[in-house]
Write a protein that binds this ligand. Sequence first.
Ligand SMILES: [Zn+2]
Length: 490
Amino acid sequence: MSQLPTTTIIGLEVHVQLKTATKLFCGCSTKFGSPPNTQVCPVCLGLPGALPVINEHAIELAIRAGLAIRCDIPPLTKWDRKQYFYPDLPKGYQISQFDLPICADGCLEITDPADPDAIRRIGIIRAHLEEDAGKSMHDEAAGRADSRIDLNRCGTPLLEIVSEPDMRTADEALAYLTKLKEIMTHLGVSDCEMQEGSLRVDANVNLHIDKHGQRIATPIVEVKNMNSFRNVAAALDYEVERQYAEWEETGHTIQTHGKRTFGWDDVKCVTYPQREKEESADYRYFPCPDLLPIRIPRERVEEIRASLGETPEETRERLQSQYGIKAYDADVIVSQGRAMVEYFDAAAMASGDGKRTSSWIQQDVMRTLKEQGSDIESFGVSAEQLGQLLSKVKSGELTNDRARDVFKHVSENGGGIEDAIKALGIEAVDDSEMEALVKELLAANPKVVDDVKNGNQKAVGSLIGQARGKNPNANPQKIREIALRLIDQA
Ligand SMILES: [Zn+2]
């Protein structure tokens, strides 16, 4: 991006789909990927006479999310109807929250992408609950130019988190989104799967241009519904260039042209105008007559606050100090989510070796999960088993290679560590047996003995392969020790 004499002003609206089993106002399932229109009922279709009933779990998750981004949870929150007409919104209105959102006045701190030692504090204006609309699908059958409507998503709970326009670069927006996603997944508020639409981003962007001592603001553009962080960054960078060029050509400012809504074309990598932005007056908000306001007792907020546990940042710091692992390794584990952190904690406790546990989790465990397409919650090797296995490596009872065989056996066949060791025919070799084996090899390899005597201890390495050829259970470390001791004594 070229250097323009401008400041970019960015605010983000992030919709996260709350991880509830059922919808916000009815008992229909929120499961993703079911055949169209199979998860609907009179309430989410908005049929006459159907009445909404609040899903308590959605309220709980919204409060969790709000507390984690340092919002106030006001004692009273209410529901409003937002009127607009869309083919995928059969009721003709969306139940949302207008003037009394469930969360208000928070903030999120991010590391400044331009200076890793500095913190940027991004204000959060509000976070409110609302129901999702359905999905319109166009041109599903090639050449027919058809439109189909799937209402499965109608009524799915969303939390819309609205930031202050405090970000100045696409990198800052990415840092904010990454952090927000990490917190939401860590708390179990949302799975934030962007390809499934459970995290969607609208970006508000305009420029402040300094000219002849005056500050000129370009019209605000809201880029709607971007479904990857890469697209958000590309759209923001594109808008900076486009708005500057438009201003040079037309002189349009926020006073003359207010706010507009754009889409993002991720094939052409351009934004394009969609419609004039509705102001809130266009939605004719009014309190929902079907739903009472909700009182949220302070004790409940404090209970939820107490249940939040440590933040991802606190976890990262704790793992480094408690187990002596590097910042990078702590970051990899924490970024896998809370279940992985619990797995690591339990395995590292059982093995008594945090560093070894961390490297096994990053290599063997994560690779196996990927191969099996499964997650840590249903993984066949429990944290206690991994810990038990690694403590055997630590004590020299098993080599790394043999431990890998045991790990693979348990992950594929189940059962315990000792069962796998037995099944694989792995036996600990006793010291006298090892000594006899090494003596035999030294007698057969006089050159190795000479080399070591001449100061080249590495020469012993060639014995290890031979020893393990004769007895695959022989421990390389022990072979080395015994060989050096015997040569030294000779
Ligand atoms: Zn329903």
